[in-house]
Write a protein that binds this ligand. Structure first.
Ligand code: COA
Length: 159
């Protein structure tokens, strides 16, 4: 399994799997091309022999200079529960720290119990924000401070 920065060529591949990987929810519309055009080097692609098995779309907050944000993460349904999303997050945490970010944030829908459990397991605190994305669109807002240990989880030789 390899994890690398995304390129614009990955956009169509992500679109092709997103709805299925979210259990049939219409989610591909959230993976706009702009992320692959303008946030490619902070987004991650996991592959096994060139087959897409996971992705993370993230960026360094332009408004909050100490913060990095994860917009989407998903793992192929057959490849879950083996620590791949944890690895993707570890890579992103490392990248965020190298860019002087102290906090990682993300949001999820209250119906996405799997995502909530995953983020709690990854050490995020959570808070329910009613109407966060407009009337009736409540969201769970996650936040996690980065610490020096995160820098050593993926690339010990780089310190
Ligand atoms: C959420 C998701 C990315 C997790 O991927 P994964 O590779 O299976 O997660 P990992 O194996 O790295 O799990 C890391 C930790 O989270 C926990 N976890 C992950 N999914 C969980 C679930 N559905 N229920 C309970 N715990 C879960 C694991 O037990 C593990 O904890 P541990 O290390 O303490 O044992 C995957 O289920 C997915 O792609 N879901 C659909 C897309 C989605 O909802 N994305 C999140 C919102 S953007």
């Amino acid at each position: 399994v390899s994890i690398r920065a995304a390129t614009v060529a990955d956009h169509q591949r992500v679109l092709a799997v997103a709805d299925e990987w979210w259990g049939g929810r219409a989610i591909a519309g959230l993976a706009q091309r702009l992320f692959f055009d303008h946030f490619a080097d902070t987004s991650l692609i996991a592959e096994d022999e060139h087959q897409l098995i996971g992705f993370l779309i993230g960026f360094l907050s332009q408004t909050h200079s100490d913060e990095a944000y994860i917009h989407m993460v998903a793992v192929h349904p057959d490849r879950r529960d083996s620590g791949l999303a944890r690895d993707l997050y570890a890579h992103f945490f490392d990248l965020a720290r190298r860019n002087q970010r102290a906090t990682v944030t993300c949001i999820t829908s209250p119906v996405n119990q799997g995502s909530i459990a995953f983020h709690v397991a990854m050490g995020f605190t959570s808070e329910l924000h009613p109407d966060h994305d407009g009337p009736g669109n409540d969201r769970i807002v996650f936040s996690r401070d980065l610490d020096p240990i995160d820098a050593m989880t993926t690339s010990p030789v780089d310190g």
